[in-house]
Design a protein around this ligand. Structure first.
Ligand code: ZN
Ligand code: ZN
Length: 410
């Protein structure tokens, strides 16, 4: 095991999830990363975890299921499956997910099966999803290298060399060096992100206007009382954690019906193993009314995604990432949103995080009334480019540059 990964395990437990003495921790991890999972478990008990509950997964087995299981199972959710997650969320457990997958590992599966499964699982695990989306409990997602993923990212390299490059790339994004203290590096990083989100919140923009040479010309209104999130967040018990590692973004929620114009994607969108290189969404009063793609098959796939439920057609996230962010400067396509979203300004269709004052304690109806979108889905897509301009308009009509030439103007 690469000694940097011992630091990585400690970083995830102490900073990513920040498990508290007496708290239950749920870890999801692929079976072939058991060695790393064991380190996480040891670190968690060292930090005082009450119990670590393991949830193992395996991409090959998942793929076999999507390919060969009886069709009707994708329309059913056994009550105990949902109950397990809902119960753990209710008892205040923290949720750490380690992902490590072949980006092409789900190629060829029937995409409608995953859509149908989401339709039945989404509502069944609503309590668990709500605990995460509103940061009631700590949660964290991070990634480990995988050999086919490495080959895809570094196609010219032999297997071992590609894996080494991917390990190096992940350590770099995680601010882990052979001789540094990544916990301290993340303390500074979180501080910098916190300063920026405070400034954006103080502007209290009424709307943001995006333009670039690719054809993006989009106005996004922001709800009353919105605030910007980013870096670490506090759970309802005041425990700080980093929900995504790595992270470089500052984000908030748009007004559900306040999005108008066109957004052109700038990085591939990976969906059910398929890579959609370029697409554009046109919005009217918040709703996606037109999809443009190069391949008609991709248009159908995007249509399936945005019709999962009523809210899937509306935006749920507005995220700002400088074009020269450290991950963007690595100039690598990771084929994974966890990394690629940190290299580009992005938007997400589907559910919003309740980033308005008092939002975490609001009912679903109150959130909807405040202009927040709700959905069982949440999918990021990238719109940042080297020439992206974003101008914010305040409630008293001042126009303030937020992004100039792809980067923060302040
Ligand atoms: Zn985001
Ligand atoms: Zn997102």
């Amino acid at each position: 095991m690469d000694p940097r990964f011992e630091k990585y395990a400690k970083l995830l437990i102490d900073v990513g999830i920040n498990v508290q003495p007496g708290q239950t921790l749920v870890i999801s991890c692929p079976v072939d990363k058991a060695e790393f999972a064991r380190m996480l478990v040891s670190e968690a008990y060292r930090a005082g975890a009450r119990e670590v509950v393991m949830r193992w997964n395996d991409q090959f087995i998942s793929r076999e299921r999507y390919l060969h299981a009886a069709d009707e199972i994708f329309d059913t959710c056994r009550p105990w499956q949902a109950d397990m997650l809902n119960t753990l969320a209710r008892e205040g457990a923290a949720f750490l997910s380690v992902i490590s997958a072949d980006p092409d590992g789900m190629n060829g599966i029937d995409h409608s099966r995953t859509v149908r499964e989401n339709r039945v699982f989404g509502p069944a695990v609503a309590e668990f999803r709500e605990a995460q989306m509103s940061d009631k409990v700590q949660w964290c997602i991070a990634a480990l290298p995988e050999k086919n993923w490495a080959k895809k990212m570094f196609p010219g390299c032999a297997g071992d060399e590609a894996m080494k490059k991917l390990r190096d790339a992940i350590c770099k994004t995680m601010r882990i060096e052979a001789d540094n203290d990544p916990v301290e590096a993340w303390r500074k990083h979180n501080e910098a992100l916190n300063a920026r989100k405070k400034k954006l919140t103080e502007f209290n923009f009424k709307s943001l206007h995006y333009t670039n040479s690719l054809g993006t010309d989009l106005t996004i209104e922001l709800p009353e009382g919105h605030y910007w999130e980013g870096g670490n967040s506090a759970s309802s018990k005041g425990v700080y954690f980093n929900a995504n590692m790595p992270t470089e973004e500052i984000f908030t929620a748009p007004r559900r019906d306040g999005v108008n114009g066109k957004a052109v994607s700038t990085k591939p969108f990976v969906i059910g193993g398929e890579i959609i290189d370029r697409f554009a969404f046109t919005f009217e009063s918040g709703k996606i009314v037109n999809i443009e793609t190069e391949d008609p098959k991709h248009k159908k796939m995007l249509e399936d995604e945005i019709t999962v439920d009523d809210g899937a057609r509306y935006l749920g996230e507005v995220a700002l990432v400088p074009y020269d962010s450290p991950i963007s400067n690595m100039n690598m396509l990771f084929y994974d949103t966890l990394f690629d979203e940190n290299a580009s300004c992005h938007l997400a269709f589907g559910a919003s995080y309740p980033t308005i004052r008092g939002g975490a304690d609001m009912t679903t109806e109150q959130r909807a009334a405040a202009g927040l979108n709700q959905s069982i889905t949440h999918e990021d897509f990238m719109v940042g480019s080297a020439d992206l301009s974003i101008v914010g308009t305040t409630h008293d009509g001042r126009r303030i540059p937020v992004f100039v030439e792809g980067n923060f103007a302040f």
